[in-house]
Design a protein around this ligand. Structure first.
Ligand code: FMN
Length: 437
């Protein structure tokens, strides 16, 4: 081969190699550049979901529609703007209701924006829509967000293509097939507080079946007052949900259950059964329910855990998950109870985690402390600058406990402490997780 031919060959190889690399990079870029742009022919299935049920239903819908509508796209409402909506001609909304008839966190911004545009006289008459609303009839405002969203879309002159479908959580769950539920055995139950009333209990459950692979943040739906394997008929009670307090790597499923007692002194149906009637060794039927909005994938990011009472369950599972990873990011735990002497559940374990460095910082506060009564909200307000510094740009907030007694107060104090915009950003970037009941 002459020198000229050699140079030509080398040149050709370099060009082909460069083109090939560019093609590969472009393909990779394109495959990652989701979501793809919306066009008038795109059918958008948009969900707003707090604990993942509406999201899962929306995913099922997209899978079912793919054959008929190849251009179907799944989006969280938080990923959509009104400009997007003005581009498409057909949408299906799958939305749950949260709080006291409010939108879930990832639907709030979109809804606020929609209301603003409606007030400005926006016209969405080019768009047809359907709403699938998820709710729970035990709440006074059943499926309220679906209803409000429908009213706003009507006011914007969008066309309702189907009457709204309302799913009641209880009928949905009870009519589900419980065959894929797991039979659990209560191996141990211990009392976590020393007070005469408001017993808080740790339940250890094991199973002879393969251990389900749940994730921190998931929930166990328990069928109350039913002993699997006995001849007794299955009672007609709706399952009760409990945040799972452990991770599968621990080899057991832990629950932290508050014994509920009504004004007449009667024990709560499921909590009374779990904390009193059920004897160790007895079996129960429970199914793990995925709570995808409470799954934390970024284990390196700072994590601010806030909770009170039995909310410790959800917080414990997040700590246990990070305890499995040597390089996990820092955790700051803020936990509230009532009495400093009697109410320090899992004290030993938490202190060990603190010594091992799994927890960076722990603040315990007590609302009935004679010297310094305080709620978790007070810690956020008093340590506002430290909260802001701890969270930085990547930090996640995880709140677990009673919605009425704690959830709304925590959000208010966070907004005061780190600013409206930062909290909206946390919500938008799905870094604010709330497992509230
Ligand atoms: C704290 C809290 C508040 C709720 N408030 C309502 C409500 O006001 N109205 C309603 O119909 N359902 C309410 N629900 C029930 C949920 O909408 C229902 O469980 C739904 O299936 C959850 O769907 P998701 O997992 O997609 O968020 C509430 C649930 C929780 C945990």
């Amino acid at each position: 081969m002459s020198e000229g031919q050699q140079v030509y060959l080398a040149f050709t190889i370099v060009v082909v190699w460069t083109l090939w690399t560019c093609r590969t990079v472009w393909r990779e870029f394109r495959s990652r550049a989701v979501p793809t742009a919306l066009s008038p022919s795109t059918l958008v299935v948009a969900y707003a979901s707090q604990t993942g049920t509406a999201k899962a239903l929306a995913e099922q819908k997209v899978a079912a529609l793919q054959q008929q509508f190849p251009e179907v796209q799944l989006r969280a409402l938080s990923e959509l703007t009104l400009t997007d909506v003005q581009k498409v001609t057909r949408m299906i909304f799958v939305v749950s209701t949260y709080g006291e008839g409010e939108p879930p966190d990832n639907g709030r911004r979109f809804y606020r924006q929609l209301l603003r545009l409606v007030a400005d006289g926006v016209n969405l008459s080019h768009m047809g829509y359907e709403i699938v609303a998820l709710g729970d009839r035990r709440y006074p405002r059943f499926c309220e967000f679906g209803i409000q969203l429908d009213a706003a879309l009507q006011a914007a002159k969008a066309q309702r293509l189907q009457p709204m479908l309302k799913h009641d959580r209880m009928t949905q769950v009870t009519s589900d097939n419980v065959d894929d539920a797991c039979v659990w055995q209560l191996t141990e139950r211990s009392r976590l507080n020393g007070r005469a009333s408001d017993g808080l209990y740790l339940l250890r459950l094991s199973t002879e079946q393969a251990l389900p692979q749940w994730r921190a943040g998931d929930v166990l739906d328990v069928l109350p007052c039913y002993h699997p394997g006995s001849d007794a008929e299955r009672p007609e009670h709706a399952p009760r949900s409990y945040s799972i307090a452990s991770v599968p790597a621990e080899g057991q499923l832990l629950l932290i259950v508050r014994q509920q007692v009504n004004a007449a002194g009667q024990l709560g149906l499921c909590s009374g059964w779990l904390t009193q009637s059920l004897t160790p060794g007895a079996k129960l039927l429970g199914r793990v329910r995925r709570n995808t909005m409470c799954h934390l994938s970024d284990l390196q990011a700072p994590l601010l855990l806030i909770g009170a009472g039995s909310g410790l369950a959800g917080l414990r599972s997040q700590i246990a998950q990070r305890a499995q990873h040597a390089d996990a990011g820092p955790i700051w735990l803020i936990y509230g109870e009532r009495f400093p002497q009697e109410d320090v559940p899992l004290a030993q374990e938490i202190d060990q985690w603190l010594q091992r460095g799994v927890l960076r910082r722990v603040d315990r506060v007590f609302s009935r402390d004679a010297q310094a009564p305080a709620y978790v909200q007070s810690v956020i307000s008093e340590k506002a600058a430290q909260v802001q510094e701890f969270l930085g740009q990547q930090g996640h907030v995880y709140v677990c406990g009673s919605y009425a007694r704690m959830g709304t107060g925590v959000e208010r104090s966070l907004r005061d402490a780190i600013g409206e915009q930062s909290v909206d950003q946390l919500l938008h970037e799905q870094r604010y997780h709330r497992d509230l009941y």
